[in-house]
Design a protein around this ligand. Structure first.
Ligand SMILES: *Cc1c(COP(=O)(O)O)cnc(C)c1O
Length: 344
């Protein structure tokens, strides 16, 4: 078998949820959008529920339907994109809570699903989703009279604690929600780290559950092992890969491993990347191609059967740095071809 092995440690995800929960005095939700950041929502969400999570968040109603199937009745499922045209039947059938983003969405919601629970999403400066102060003031009394399940907003710069935007958004959120009884939520993973004043009644961590920054103490969740298909000797001045992207300056042993950019191993990683064998680094040489990567294993003490990209020696954030991106993008691009194994 030459497909790579992607191992997902569900107990590490549960431990990360428990440890994020311990960092606050308030309820901790779980963000499982984008198929639980690429790790398989049907396996991940029930494990989070078993750990104690009762409030789940997804990006769109379709994800909520799949999540309800995985979780069964009971846990609450909120939808960040709110109530979009065509969503009513999914919201009703799967008992989803749309986080209403505009007056138009509120009108659509009360027309199509009168009495169905909803939450409110405010824009406190990110300018992405939610009602700004002027729009909210139009709706405020009518919406609050119908008892929203929660009222939330999202921080733009929470992974940079000293950024003045954090305190600015905190102030705007406090002002917009003053005197409101509904549970309030502002913090994703970064907001949990910012401290108690950002916690309100409910936190919404995502990436920290999956072992990523800014949760610096996260337990690693993902291991990615790439089988070596072939190893060859390359003489001085011979080249490796497309565009003759690498030239040997010594006699080298080059291993070809079974994964490439079609598996989410971003081409931009190029020769910044290393793989590991028992913790020892082996540099990527030449271009990342669609299904294959070539690696210099000359200095390894033995010929490896597989090389590791993500694991105890290289976190998702280390791999993200190779490509000049963030751990979130590495996770959500993990390829469909991998042989996924979930450790209970
Ligand atoms: C994705 C998202 C989260 C989770 O963010 P992390 O940084 O992954 O913890 C929380 N709230 C909203 C609105 C989001 O879009």
């Amino acid at each position: 078998m030459s497909t790579a092995n992607l191992t997902i440690d569900l107990s590490a995800i549960a431990a990360n949820w428990t440890n994020l929960n311990k960092l606050t005095e308030v309820e901790t939700g779980a963000v499982v959008k984008a198929d639980a950041y690429g790790l398989g929502v049907a396996r991940v969400a029930p494990r989070l529920a078993a750990a104690g999570a009762r409030q789940f968040f997804v990006a769109v109603a379709e994800e909520g339907v799949a999540l309800r199937r995985a979780l069964g009745p009971g846990p609450s499922i909120s939808v960040f994109s709110g109530h979009m045209p065509g969503d009513a039947e999914m919201i009703r059938a799967a008992s989803l809570v749309p986080l209403i983003n505009s007056v138009d969405q509120m009108l659509l919601h009360v027309e199509t699903l009168p009495g169905h629970p909803f939450g409110l999403q405010l824009d406190t400066g990110m300018n992405r989703l939610g009602m700004e102060p002027a729009e909210f003031s139009v709706l405020r009394e009518i919406a609050l009279a119908q008892l929203p399940t929660q009222i939330m907003s999202h921080l733009a710069c929470s992974d940079e604690p000293p950024h003045p935007m954090n305190l600015h958004q905190l102030g705007v959120f406090e002002e917009m929600t003053a005197g409101i009884d509904a549970p309030r939520s502002l913090a994703a993973t970064g907001g949990v780290m910012l401290g108690e004043q950002y916690h309100f009644d409910l936190t919404r961590p995502g990436v920290g559950l999956y072992g990523g920054l800014p949760f610096v103490d996260a337990t690693p969740v993902v291991t990615l092992d790439l089988p070596v298909i072939q190893t060859r000797d390359v003489e001085i001045d011979e080249t490796v890969g497309y565009a003759c992207g690498w030239v040997a300056d010594r006699r080298s042993r080059i291993a070809t491993v079974a994964a490439g950019y079609a598996d989410g191993l971003i081409r931009a990683m190029g020769t910044n990347a290393t793989l590991t064998s028992d913790g020892q680094k082996a540099p990527v040489v030449g271009r990342v191609s669609m299904d294959l990567i070539t690696v210099d294993v000359t200095d390894l003490p033995f010929e490896p059967e597989s090389l590791q990209l993500i694991g105890p020696h290289q976190s998702i954030d280390t791999v993200a740095e190779f490509a000049g991106t963030i751990g979130y993008e590495i996770l959500t691009n993990l390829g469909a071809r991998y042989n996924r194994v979930w450790l209970a």
